[in-house]
Design a protein around this ligand. Structure first.
Ligand code: C5P
Length: 236
């Protein structure tokens, strides 16, 4: 069950990221690096993190024309992420191009193909924000619609909020991977997350992986916090 925990390393500091990876060895299933870290530190920073042996979710949310997204995917697959992602709103052809590029590049490099997943609707957008960009569907039904589109494009799963797990699981079936941020153990402070679930509730609802940042990274002892969450999941 600790394997289900992916720790969000939301920092620009490579040394801090590497220290966290080392102290969390065996206690989590991997770490997530996003635009903040990669923009600051580039591929060398990513390699410093993967050199610790922690599996990597590379959260760069690619969104561009299919040719450019495929090229970007080809550039990052040699970094051997376990998971990478694109925006589902980039459309079917873009998602198919990302999936094919991930598989082909992995084959060429003799490395395992990463799981290619999609971001649906950013949870920072509410129904009014969507309407302002011409999108009349409420956020949740749009998220389900984009998840179905991602599945039909052959992607492996989506990132979704805890509140969307049941609807997307029902629409996309048992094998579609759901990677879920917005997780707060009942004993931690909530920070700026407004719609959150506990780790156990999210797993019970059907999450495959939990993305957890500050409850672990900002804890006085990150290893203890990760161990505690892992233990709680073992009890399910
Ligand atoms: O510290 P915290 O647990 O809130 O970090 C959650 C991580 O998941 C951050 O990297 C955040 O950007 C990301 N995320 C999120 N909510 C979403 C999508 C991504 O919190 N809907």
């Amino acid at each position: 069950m600790p394997k289900r925990i992916l720790v969000a390393l939301d920092t620009t500091d490579t040394a801090q990221a590497v220290d966290l990876c080392t102290s969390l060895e065996g206690l989590v299933g991997g770490v997530k690096l996003g635009l903040e870290f990669v923009s600051a530190n580039g591929p060398d920073g990513v390699r410093a993190v993967t050199d610790t042996g922690q599996p990597l979710f590379l959260d760069l949310k690619f969104h561009d024309i299919p040719n450019t997204v495929a090229a970007a995917v080809r550039s990052v697959v040699p970094l051997q992420p376990t998971i990478l992602n694109v925006h589902a709103s980039g459309g079917t052809a873009m998602m198919e191009a990302a999936r094919d590029a991930a598989r082909e590049t992995a084959r060429e490099h003799g490395v395992p193909a990463p799981m290619t997943i999609a971001v649906t609707v950013l949870t920072s957008l509410d129904d009014a924000d969507l309407a302002a960009v011409g999108q009349r569907n409420p956020a949740e039904s749009q998220a389900v619609r984009l998840a179905e589109l991602a599945k039909d494009a052959g992607l492996d799963g989506v990132v979704c909020s805890p509140k969307e797990i049941l609807a997307i699981r029902a629409a996309c079936g048992p094998d579609f991977k759901l990677i879920v941020p917005g997780i707060r153990p009942l004993w931690s402070v909530t920070g700026d997350q407004k719609r959150f679930s506990s780790p156990a509730a999210a797993i019970k609802d059907g999450a495959d992986y939990l993305v957890i940042g500050r409850p672990i990274t900002a804890a006085e002892n990150p290893a203890d916090a990760a161990r505690r969450i892992g233990d709680e999941l073992e009890e399910l």
